[in-house]
Write a protein that binds this ligand. Structure first.
Ligand SMILES: Cc1cc2nc3c(=O)[nH]c(=O)nc-3n(C[C@H](O)[C@H](O)[C@H](O)COP(=O)(O)OP(=O)(O)OC[C@H]3O[C@@H](n4cnc5c(N)ncnc54)[C@H](O)[C@@H]3O)c2cc1C
Length: 697
């Protein structure tokens, strides 16, 4: 019988059966992971492998996965990013769900996760940086390497970083791999950078850079550097760039090399030879170099000079102390030296944040206290990756640790330590829906990925990353609303394009997901635009006059022509709208009001008539003298374009599940209170969607 059902029905049936079996099955471990970086994905991989029933949900604050693999690893290291293939395999498994655009600690609390899941694994990395704690650190052009890396890698929060590259010399403080990544990006020929996935805004800035000299300063000596041989070799071979190492720093080092452990020995040897015994080939290569970089040892910054912008640093000279050569510590002497520069990049380590008060946190080490990944004092809570170890090691180190974490979770499941009666993500999605959070699935990420690759192809790059979160989410939303067949999808979008200059649609067009306008308008896509506008308007109903709330509601209604079926709700809705609610033939009386069938009927009596079946653009401009729209008053936060815009509280009608007798649930239209940050969207949407003049009635 099953085989004669259409494919779609079979699919629905399968999903239905699977989800119901999942609910009925007792003892299914529901695990959630916070953070979709390497630690999160490797832990998920291990749990899925170790327990055939486990279901793993990975929450990520950005709409896109992969953490520092996408936003940390240098653009000229594409081979390192191959781990993404493994993560993609994990995320594509039936029992694994990526839930992007959800910030744990803000959208969802740890307590919510603990209620819903048998185990909560924290792998949210280290999103903050350490400070030098010296005077002048707040001067302009003193920047954290973390933000600089985010800037060139297109991390949305860092794209507006103010970096002034109109200077001869940059100083980088720190002797780790991040410091060398940053030095390399500053000095690399622009033609090489152009072929990487470096973000366009930083490529533009770097192509105008005047930086000729980069000094990389560390508090200890050549035997204690934290960078690795690969990064050092890349610096030595950088085209048109000469290494400058002081012979003084390497006197006697050759005698110590043999006793060093192997990786350290090879690294020190390379530094030593570059300084003391460069080959003919190297010398020839460096002879004509127009740029240079140097390593300075045993120096600690004491002060950063400058008026508004940094002009230099005062550095204290250190001496080394301790038996074990590799572990010697730096002791400050009373000698100092001044160094001039126009850019300082602080690269002294990343630090984790406290994202939720329910997570124990050691502020000194900047990590979550744990034993074998089990968070101290919290059964069912685990941590892994940089949030548990601090910002040390490479992806391989993180992988090994995350595998151990995964095994620990599986062991605790098998040992009966975890509560397996938890129901998983259902309640979490209810919370997210009530807050209006738009989640991004792994399939949505696939659309973003496809778009980025296409954008990159056009300019000879592996990808051009999207840097605007709202555009990433918009791409997902538009794609969702599209018809399934390519031809129809193309026609729909094409038609939509005729009516809008929405950035999201423009992006889709550039990515050739849509073809030039040719066909008719499709209402599916209309709905998407409408949802945007409703959300935007919904976010604005606060602290405003009754009249302007009314105007906004009427505006939405005028666009949607929504039918309000429930008479009971209609009455309260009309009352809420502040409109006369009269029964036919009755004189106006507050207690005796008319019940309209459609909100659009209310619109018709409130706003002026449509012309040629299209609403007047003058309403959008708020200068229509004939209708209620002119009463629309905008608050400063509604026109604010900044991310810092205040939280705005508002209300809207939503259908909610209400329990009635006999444990049944019915849908009821209720007024719910919400809150959002900033209302910047309202004007953007009105402007870009030109909704009033464009929408057919
Ligand atoms: C600049 C730089 C370059 C590097 N280059 C290399 C390299 O070339 N090779 C190499 O092997 N290693 C490299 N590494 C190291 C490697 O990136 C790390 O070992 C690894 O990324 C650590 O993984 P993680 O999952 O602990 O953290 P992350 O990769 O930082 O992942 C954490 C994830 O959690 C998310 N998150 C944060 N807060 C929340 C929240 N509240 N709610 C939900 N999600 C949240 C973040 O957005 C992020 O996606 C580099 C590191 C840096 C900083």
């Amino acid at each position: 019988m099953l085989f004669i059902l259409p494919r779609l029905c079979r699919q629905h049936l399968r999903t239905y059966v699977q989800s119901n079996i999942r609910q009925l099955t007792t003892g299914q471990p529901n695990v959630c992971i916070v953070g979709a970086g390497p630690a999160g994905f490797y832990t998920a991989q291990q749990i899925l492998k170790g327990n055939p029933n486990a279901v793993v949900d990975i929450y990520e604050k950005l709409p896109v996965p992969f953490g520092l693999v996408r936003y940390g690893v240098a653009p000229d290291h594409p081979e390192v990013k191959n781990v993404i293939n493994t993560f993609t395999q994990t995320a594509s498994k039936d029992r694994c769900t990526f839930i992007g655009n959800v910030t744990i600690g803000k959208d969802i609390s740890i307590a919510d996760l603990q209620k819903a899941y048998s185990a909560v694994v924290l792998s949210y990395g280290a999103d903050n940086d350490r400070l030098l704690g010296v005077p002048g650190e707040n001067l302009k052009n003193v920047i954290s390497a973390r933000s600089f890396v985010g800037w060139y890698n297109g991390l949305p929060q860092d794209i507006d970083l103010q970096v002034n590259l109109d200077t001869d010399r940059a100083v980088i403080i720190g002797h780790g791999n991040v410091a060398l990544d940053v030095a390399r990006i500053l000095l690399m020929p622009i033609d090489l950078l152009k072929k990487t996935d470096i973000s366009q805004h930083s490529l533009d800035a770097l192509s105008k850079s005047r930086i000729k000299e980069v000094t990389v300063i560390g508090r200890r000596g050549p035997l204690q550097v934290a960078f690795t041989i690969k990064e050092l070799r890349e610096m030595i071979r950088l085209p048109d760039c000469k290494p400058v190492l002081s012979e003084e720093d390497f006197i006697g080092v050759d005698k110590l090399i043999q006793d060093l452990p192997r990786p350290r020995r090879r690294l020190t040897e390379l530094m030593y030879k570059t300084c003391m015994e460069p080959t003919e080939k190297d010398l020839k290569l460096w002879e004509t170099a127009k740029k240079s970089w140097s390593l300075s040892f045993c120096m600690s910054p004491l002060e950063i000079f400058g008026d508004k912008y940094v002009t230099g640093l005062k550095l204290g000279i250190n001496k080394l102390q301790g038996e074990d050569l590799v572990k010697q510590s730096a002791i400050l002497t009373d000698q100092t030296v001044d160094m001039s520069c126009g850019l300082v990049l602080r690269s002294i380590g990343y630090k984790s944040l406290v994202i939720d008060p329910d997570i124990p946190f050691d502020t000194k080490s900047g990590t979550i206290p744990n034993k074998d990944s089990r968070v101290e004092g919290k059964t069912g809570m685990y941590c892994t990756g940089w949030v548990s170890t601090g910002p040390v090691g490479v992806i391989l180190t993180t992988m090994n640790q995350a595998f151990e974490t995964g095994k620990t979770v599986v062991k605790d499941i098998n040992d009966g330590i975890l509560d397996l009666t938890k129901h998983g993500r259902g309640d979490i999605f209810n919370i997210l829906n009530s807050k209006g959070v738009q989640t991004v699935s792994f399939k949505d990420w696939g659309n973003i990925d496809q778009f980025e690759v296409k954008q990159g192809e056009d300019v000879g790059k592996p990808r051009e990353k999207m840097v605007d979160i709202s555009q990433m989410v918009a791409i997902k939303r538009l794609k969702h609303a599209l018809p399934r067949t390519p031809k129809r999808r193309s026609a729909t979008l094409a038609a939509y394009l005729q009516h809008t200059k929405s950035p999201a649609v423009e992006i889709l067009r550039q990515a050739e997901v849509v073809s030039p306008p040719e066909d008719q308008m499709d209402m599916a896509i209309e709905k998407v635009a409408l949802e945007d506008i409703k959300t935007a308007i919904g976010s604005c109903k606060t602290k405003r006059s009754k009249d302007s709330v009314t105007s906004m509601n009427v505006l939405v209604a005028s666009i949607s022509g929504e039918k309000v079926a429930e008479t009971r709700c209609l009455k309260s809705l009309a009352k809420k709208l502040g409109l006369p609610i009269l029964n036919e033939n009755d004189a106006y009386d507050e207690n005796n009001v008319h019940v309209y069938d459609y909100i659009s009927d209310i619109v018709d009596v409130t706003l002026c008539n449509k012309e040629d079946n299209v609403h007047k653009i003058s309403r959008l401009k708020k200068d229509c003298g004939e209708c209620g729209i002119k009463k629309l008053e905008l608050l400063p936060e509604e026109t604010d374009d900044l991310d810092t815009a205040q939280i705005v509280r508002w209300e809207r009608f939503e259908k909610e599940d209400i329990k009635v007798k006999g444990n049944k649930t019915i849908k009821k239209l209720v007024l719910v209170k919400k809150e959002n940050q900033s209302c910047r969207t309202i004007f953007t949407f009105f402007r870009t969607f030109k909704i009033i003049s464009a929408t057919p009635a």
